[in-house]
Ligand binder design. Sequence first.
Ligand code: FES
Length: 103
Amino acid sequence: MTGGADRSTPERDVAAVAAGVTITVCPDGPLLVRGPAEVQTADGERVEHARRVIALCRCGRSRLKPLCDGSHRLNHFRDPASADQLDRALNHATPASPGADRG
Ligand code: FES
């Protein structure tokens, strides 16, 4: 980790999209983040990395959270991540407020 708090701003989010960051939901597996994604801690501290693809755990069983360590296979995680499911989640569900689970 380096630097101080470097919180995301809408302008930077737009820049990230323009730079080609994509998130792929793998059936029965992790979220693959491709492109020049910046990683921050919950406190907004930037974490340096040189990865072109980051696999984020979606099953909750990784010992390297938030990264996927392949444990989803051993634990038979199942979630098809269908297009309908993603559409419902992205366009019809009420999103949780960022930081709502922090005291
Ligand atoms: S998605 Fe791979 S360990 Fe959780």
